[in-house]
Design a binder for this molecule. Structure first.
Ligand SMILES: *[C@@H]1O[C@H](CO)[C@@H](O)[C@H](O)[C@H]1NC(C)=O
Ligand SMILES: *[C@@H]1O[C@H](CO)[C@@H](O)[C@H](O)[C@H]1NC(C)=O
Ligand SMILES: *[C@@H]1O[C@H](CO)[C@@H](O)[C@H](O)[C@H]1NC(C)=O
Ligand SMILES: *[C@@H]1O[C@H](CO)[C@@H](O)[C@H](O)[C@H]1NC(C)=O
Ligand SMILES: *[C@@H]1O[C@H](CO)[C@@H](O)[C@H](O)[C@H]1NC(C)=O
Length: 258
């Protein structure tokens, strides 16, 4: 009798502990969902004139029902889709706490300020589109940590400084569009099927000297046949350039020797 009761007590205790285990996976000791905290911090840093983020509520336990938020089947926030919502303000670095994000679409808004380096913590991210905003500052080096990144659009912003060398570590890239910014310096070797950098007048060819705008005045935006916007085309231009230079040398050498 006594042992059966204690067995029952033990089972109940076990059940309670198991339940606690499950909830602590997403809840902080104070019972607050980390994803809710991070999303509300993102909302707070944005200006949302049409109140599209109205149901993003700090008192809600489950962000999966919020507008523009998608969750994975196991209940973690996996996508933020907020394109063309007239959002301004800045992008909070607490986006780095949404570690299950696979897709972030914030294109065609007016978000300014830096791209938070914390974005480099999003190991599962495969799609990042921040194009056609007013992001400024440098591209974070931490983008090179996004091993699963496939699609990166940062075009039509006001980014400055170099394209980080770390991006050359990523080998799953299909599209990288950095066009129409104010990037400068030489480009790392980016392994992407499509790589666009037109409209960055201070960019120069790989391995060129620091003051390369003097050496190669905007080589990557030369129109070969009216369509110079893809990496393959600029690559072709570079090869054509090199080839004609070699031909020029071959032609002029015998003349010089005579
Ligand atoms: C990010 O998560 C950490 C715990 O992992 C927490 O201490 C911090 O307050 C969170 N920050 C935001 C802005 O969500
Ligand atoms: C860029 O974003 C603005 C909104 O900020 C939008 O009106 C415009 O159509 C977008 N441009 C393109 C080419 O999508
Ligand atoms: C980017 O800027 C270029 C040049 O100003 C413009 O032609 C193009 O429509 C813009 N694209 C987007 C997506 O805003
Ligand atoms: C690039 O910089 C120049 C000079 O500072 C500025 O006039 C121009 O608006 C900038 N372009 C972009 C796309 O930020
Ligand atoms: C780049 O080179 C040009 C011409 O040689 C020079 O006038 C200019 O000051 C240089 N710019 C920098 C940033 O070194």
């Amino acid at each position: 009798m006594e042992s059966r009761r204690s067995f029952r007590l033990c089972s109940v205790l076990f059940l309670v502990m198991a339940l606690m285990e499950i909830s602590t996976a997403t809840l902080s000791p104070a019972g607050i969902n980390y994803e809710v905290v991070a999303l509300v911090a993102i909302k707070t840093a944005l200006h949302d004139p049409y109140n599209v983020l109205d149901n993003w509520d700090i008192n809600s336990v489950d962000p999966c029902s919020w507008r523009m938020v998608t969750c994975s089947s196991d209940g973690y926030v996996s996508a933020l889709g907020l394109p063309s919502q007239s959002l301004s303000g800045t992008l909070s670095s607490s986006i780095g706490n949404l570690t299950n994000l696979q897709s972030v679409l914030l294109q065609n808004n007016a978000i300014s300020g830096p791209i938070p380096a914390a974005i480099g913590k999003l190991e599962k991210l495969h799609t990042l589109d921040l194009s056609n905003n007013t992001f400024s500052g440098e591209m974070p080096t931490s983008l090179g940590n996004l091993k699963n990144l496939n699609y990166l659009r940062l075009n039509n912003n006001s980014l400055t400084g170099p394209c980080p060398e770390s991006l050359s570590k990523l080998n799953g890239l299909t599209l990288v569009d950095l066009s129409f910014n104010n990037l400068s310096g030489s480009l790392p070797k980016i392994l992407a099927r499509t790589f666009k950098v037109t409209g960055n007048p201070l960019i120069c060819g790989p391995k060129a000297s620091d003051n390369c705008s003097a050496v190669f005045p905007e080589p990557l935006s030369l129109p070969p046949n009216g369509q110079s916007d893809s990496g393959t085309n600029s690559h072709r231009v570079a090869i054509a350039f090199g080839a004609s230079f070699v031909i020029f040398l071959l032609n002029s050498f015998p003349l010089g020797a005579l």
